[in-house]
Each structure stands twice: as structure tokens, then as C-alpha cells.
Design a protein around this ligand. Structure first.
Ligand code: NAD
Length: 316
């Protein structure tokens, strides 16, 4: 990315953000991480703390002045910070409005005031809601999210596209499948490992275990992001990023069990077709658009989950 020398990564101390930071630093960019460390961890970026090309600003996107200051001397923004907990919206209706929508608005204002013209945004498959076309392509519609998280991410997308058109910015919007890998701090693989570490004889699976979703390893996700930023030039570039297949919740349970060396675990199901209110039971994204530009994933969903379990168990 020759023109993108000074990159601000919001949420750069988090799971996906820290992997992105690793890649940007590897490519020789100057990187500033802006993170309030709510779920991000210093440990994930500790290798860069002494690097002159790296700066950490501990700040909150809800602090308008601080983000405006942090954006000075930046030519590309990767907006990764968010509250990514889909389940939370059912018990706290405010969190995604603040942490996702208002945070994105503050960032866009900071960009506008600092004359920064390029933004990449980490969106999600949940903007599609319960799509009736599978794999779901980027031009699927109408978009009817069923979680407050999905709604907030769709609102962020709308803010970003409208700022792009109103203030001559360029945007890359990436709608992710489930992203897994080392440093994951949430999600089904992490949950199953925690539960089995507590009780290796029993695994509670939310829903009926038949939920079928696509999982992509974070190394592939980050590879796709960098490739697509370099190789797409529209004013607004929207891409699904996912794998080419799916894996069920029960199969994930079996994979985690195998990686933990457990041979007899009783699976119990909480019942119903979805894990929680707002859960989309079937998700597979169409990735023809990114494939047509020349990037495709190598790992299956099963392999991504297996590698993640190994990494989280310290066996990679
Ligand atoms: P994460 O929780 O590890 O990362 C989020 C980061 O943002 C954390 O470092 C956190 O401290 C920071 N942050 C949160 N609120 C902030 C605020 N107000 N100000 C400054 N920093 C703040 O989550 P992740 O899984 O790495 O997700 C990264 C992005 O990818 C999110 O935007 C999420 O919605 C999106 N996404 C993730 C997945 C997935 O499967 N992990 C799937 C789809 C989309």
C-alpha cells in the first residue's frame, strides 16, 4: 500500500485489530493504535511497543477531542474498534448505539476535520439478517438485521458511505463471517474451551447445535483485507470476507473435544434453532466478488476452528 504510510487502527489492541497491526508493521507502515483497552490487551501488541514506527494511544472513541487529536498526521484509517458482542443487545439496548454508531460518527468527524480521505471498516454478516439466499452476495437486499449489533453495524456502514459521498472520501467495507484464530477472546470456540476446562465431561451447546456458519482464520481475514484495499478502487468498496463452507455448532464441539484430547463428553442442548435472541442460525457469505479480484481462502471452516483451538490451548 504505497500511499498508506501513516495508518490509524482503532481497536488495534483487540483480536483482529492486533493481527492487522502486525501486518501493517511488517509492510513498513507507521501505525498508531487508538484503543480504550476495554477488550483489547497490551499483550497483543507488546512486540511493537519499542518500534519507532508504532504508537499506542489509550483513548476512547466517545472522546471526540482525543480522537480528533489522534487523527492528526494520518493518511489512512482502519476502523476496527466496536463492541462485537452480538448477544449483549438483548440485555443492554444502549451499548451498540454508543460503542458502534456514535463511536463511528466521532471518528468520521475527526477524519473530516483532519482531511483524511480513506477508511476501511470491519462490518459483519449480521447486517444481512436471516438472508434467504445462501451464499449471500454483497448486493443481497433488503438488509433486515435481527440483532441490535447488526443494526448498529448497518448504521455505521450507512454513515461511512454517506460521508464518503458528501466529503469526497473513499471507503472499504468488509462484511466478515465468524473470524477465529490466536488471540480470540470471544465466540464459540473460546466458550467451548472454557466450558470443557471447567467440566471435561459435559458440554452445553446453545440452541440445537445445528446452527451452520462460516468460519475464517484471522490470518486469511487480514490477508484478504490488505489485498482488497490494494486491488479495489471504487469510491465505496463492499466485500464479504468468509470461507467457502460452513461448520455446525455440534461439529465445533467435536473438534474442540478432539483438540483437548477428550474422548467422552456428553453434549447437552439448550434447545431451539438459534443460540440466543438475535442469533442467525445459518450464515454463509458469497465470496465471488473477492475471488474475481484474485483472492480466495485456503482453509475450510473446520480447519480454521481446529487451528484456533490448538492456538488457544497453546498447542500450535
Ligand atoms: P475485539 O473486542 O477483540 O476488538 C475490539 C477492539 O476495540 C478492542 O481492542 C477494544 O478495546 C476496542 N474498543 C472497543 N470500544 C472502543 C472505544 N469506544 N474506543 C476505543 N477502542 C474501543 O473484537 P474483534 O473480534 O477483534 O472484532 C474487531 C472488529 O471486527 C469489530 O468491529 C467487530 O464488530 C468486527 N467483526 C468481528 C467478527 C469476529 O468474528 N470476531 C465478525 C464480524 C465482525
Amino acid at each position: 500500500m504505497p500511499t498508506k504510510n501513516k495508518i490509524l487502527v482503532t481497536g488495534g489492541a483487540g483480536f483482529i485489530g492486533s493481527h492487522l497491526v502486525d501486518r501493517f508493521i511488517e509492510k513498513g507502515s507507521k501505525v498508531t493504535v487508538y484503543d480504550n483497552l476495554s477488550s483489547g490487551k497490551i499483550e497483543f501488541i507488546k512486540n511493537h511497543l519499542e518500534n519507532p514506527n508504532f504508537t499506542l494511544i489509550e483513548g476512547d472513541l466517545l472522546d471526540q477531542e482525543a480522537i480528533e487529536e489522534a487523527c492528526k498526521d494520518t493518511d489512512f484509517v482502519c476502523h476496527v474498534a466496536a463492541n462485537p458482542d452480538v448477544r449483549l443487545g438483548a440485555s443492554d439496548t444502549r451499548v451498540h448505539l454508543d460503542q458502534n454508531i456514535l463511536a463511528t460518527y466521532n471518528l468520521l468527524e475527526a477524519m473530516r476535520k483532519n482531511n483524511i480521505k480513506e477508511i476501511a471498516f470491519t462490518s459483519t454478516s449480521t447486517v444481512y439478517g436471516e438472508a434467504n439466499i445462501m451464499p449471500t452476495p454483497e448486493d443481497y437486499g433488503p438488509l433486515i438485521p435481527i440483532s441490535l449489533y447488526g443494526a448498529s453495524k448497518l448504521a455505521c456502514e450507512a454513515l461511512i458511505t454517506s460521508y464518503s459521498h458528501t466529503f469526497d472520501m473513499q471507503a472499504w467495507i468488509f462484511r466478515f463471517a465468524n473470524i477465529v484464530g490466536p488471540r480470540s477472546t470471544h465466540g464459540i470456540t473460546v466458550d467451548f474451551i472454557r466450558k470443557l476446562q471447567k467440566n471435561p465431561n459435559l458440554l452445553e451447546i446453545l440452541g440445537d447445535g445445528k446452527q451452520e456458519k462460516s468460519y475464517l482464520h484471522v490470518s486469511e481475514c487480514v490477508g484478504a483485507i490488505l489485498f482488497l484495499i490494494e486491488n479495489s478502487k471504487e469510491k465505496v468498496n463492499i466485500f464479504n470476507i468468509g470461507s467457502e463452507d460452513t461448520i455446525s455448532a455440534t461439529e465445533i464441539g467435536k473438534t474442540v473435544m478432539e483438540e483437548m484430547g477428550l474422548s467422552s463428553v456428553e453434549f447437552i442442548y439448550t434447545g431451539g434453532s438459534r443460540g440466543w435472541k438475535g442469533d442467525v442460525p445459518r450464515m454463509r457469505l458469497g465470496i465471488e466478488k473477492m475471488k474475481s479480484l484474485g483472492w480466495k481462502p485456503v482453509y475450510t471452516s473446520e480447519r480454521s476452528v481446529r487451528e484456533t483451538a490448538r492456538a488457544l490451548l497453546g498447542r500450535d
